[in-house]
Design a protein around this ligand. Structure first.
Ligand code: LLP
Length: 417
């Protein structure tokens, strides 16, 4: 039976594989998932998530870090609970994300609350929850926090987010460490703050995050040097170093991205050379979830014109924003494999001319009712989805071997009210 034969000749990206012509996630047949749950549908492989967690834990094991999953990459409660069960903490950037992390069972002391602009209500919520660390980026925020901590009669641990004035090697729209970026305190600004008394704040360390999908470790290491030097000179009592996220994943077939050890090995060496023990926090988002997820869409119409073939599917920039916002490339795999017949563009249903999921891809002769899997969409997929054009957001399903379960229901018109 072709359905159960592993076919290694057909290239795929994790967590998907072809068995004969049928596309699977673990032992779940994607055509069955589309039939059972409808499309558009986000699916996640539990095995791949756990494998990604173990890989990152192993790479940084000598420093025994706390991995604080970056909730902005995916805020699904069941996935957060799965990560919490692996011992992870969370990086949150809003009151809403703090709420999601705590609903998933995370203890507040394993949560770092970051973000470039926090409201009074968010600062008070974080203090009340007793989050482990508040990552502060402006003098004004530190002053407000001191006042709130004084009124609450608490001593809050704070880490200062540094802007190391270093450009990361990544897409300019997801770089955050350059001197002109809106993020973080320049070293001189952080030095001035560290010299002032903060009776209700324990300035216990430094936070860095220079960008996402980093293509090499060079900028991270340069930023780390800036942070260690700052701590040595201006915050000698520091015990915490939060190195942010940014570890890359492969979005294209055969794409080579640096292995996690290419980052971990020199980082660990520098921490050892620092001489004083530091509590290391990491805020991985993409590298834990992106390649564990895929988005299933169904073909609604095919427009054949001499200039181009356009395949119109039922999920677009409302469901997966990355291609429209960043020109991001996601591989497309037909759920039933047949040989490619030529190039095609894949467009969504939204009334915007930028609503394309992919351009100029080699695809088979697809017809209405056929399905495509859009790969590597487990991070910044659902979490960036919108209700634009009053489209309810899709459902999410977790796959574990052959078992599948809804982990977020499909929205209905009632959710649009
Ligand atoms: N920590 C901080 C302070 C961050 O700002 C971010 C991501 C992370 C951690 C997690 O970074 P990761 O490990 O996922 O690279 N929407 C964009 C990515 C924006 C990233 C924003 N900050 C995308 O779809 O590529």
């Amino acid at each position: 039976m072709p359905e159960t034969t592993h076919n290694h000749a057909l290239p795929t990206l994790p967590p998907l594989t072809y068995r004969g012509a049928a596309l699977y996630c673990e032992d779940a047949n994607l055509a069955d998932l589309a039939r059972e749950y409808g499309t558009p549908l986000y699916i996640y492989s539990q095995a791949r998530i756990l494998q990604n967690v173990r890989q990152l834990q192993a790479a940084f094991a000598p420093a025994n870090p706390l991995l604080c999953f970056s909730v902005k990459a995916n805020n699904n409660r069941a996935l957060l609970a799965l990560l919490h069960a692996q011992g992870l903490g969370f990086d949150v950037v809003s009151g809403g994300e703090l709420h999601c992390a705590m609903q998933a069972g995370a203890p507040a002391h394993n949560i770092a609350f970051a973000g470039v602009g926090k409201t009074d209500a968010e600062l008070q919520q974080a203090l009340q929850a007793r989050v482990g660390w508040l990552n502060v980026e402006t003098a004004e925020e530190l002053e407000r926090l001191e006042q709130f901590a004084a009124s609450a009669g608490v001593l809050q641990q704070v880490v200062l987010r540094l802007n190391p004035a270093i450009d990361a090697d990544t897409h300019h729209q997801i770089a955050t460490g350059g001197a002109n970026a809106k993020f973080g305190l320049l070293v001189a600004e952080a030095r001035a703050l560290a010299a002032r008394p903060w009776p209700h704040l324990d300035l216990c360390g430094v936070h860095l995050h220079i960008g996402s999908q980093l293509r090499s470790p060079a900028a991270t290491l340069a930023a780390l040097d800036v942070a260690l030097e700052f701590m040595r000179a201006s915050l000698p009592s520091a015990t915490v170093l939060d190195l942010g996220g940014g570890f890359p994943v492969a979005y294209q077939l055969e794409e080579e991205v640096p292995d996690i050890n290419v980052f971990a090995t020199p980082i660990l060496r520098r921490l050892k050379e620092y001489g004083r023990p530091l509590r290391l926090l990491l805020e991985p988002g993409r590298c834990l979830l992106a390649d564990a997820g895929a988005l299933l869409v169904t073909v609604m119409a095919v427009r054949n014109r001499s200039a181009a073939r356009t395949i119109i599917v039922d999920g677009g920039m409302n469901t997966l924003a990355r291609p429209a916002i960043y020109g991001a490339h996601h591989e497309l795999l037909p759920v039933r494999h047949t040989p490619a017949t030529g190039p095609a563009d894949v467009a969504g249903p939204i009334c915007e001319s930028t609503d394309y999921l992919a351009r100029n891809r080699s695809l088979p002769a697809l017809q209405r009712g056929d399905q495509l899997a859009i790969c590597t969409t487990g991070a910044y997929g659902y979490s960036m989805a919108s209700q634009y054009n009053a489209q309810p957001r899709p459902a999410e399903v977790l796959v574990a071997e052959a078992s599948t379960r809804i982990i977020r229901r499909r929205e209905t018109f009632a959710d649009l009210e």
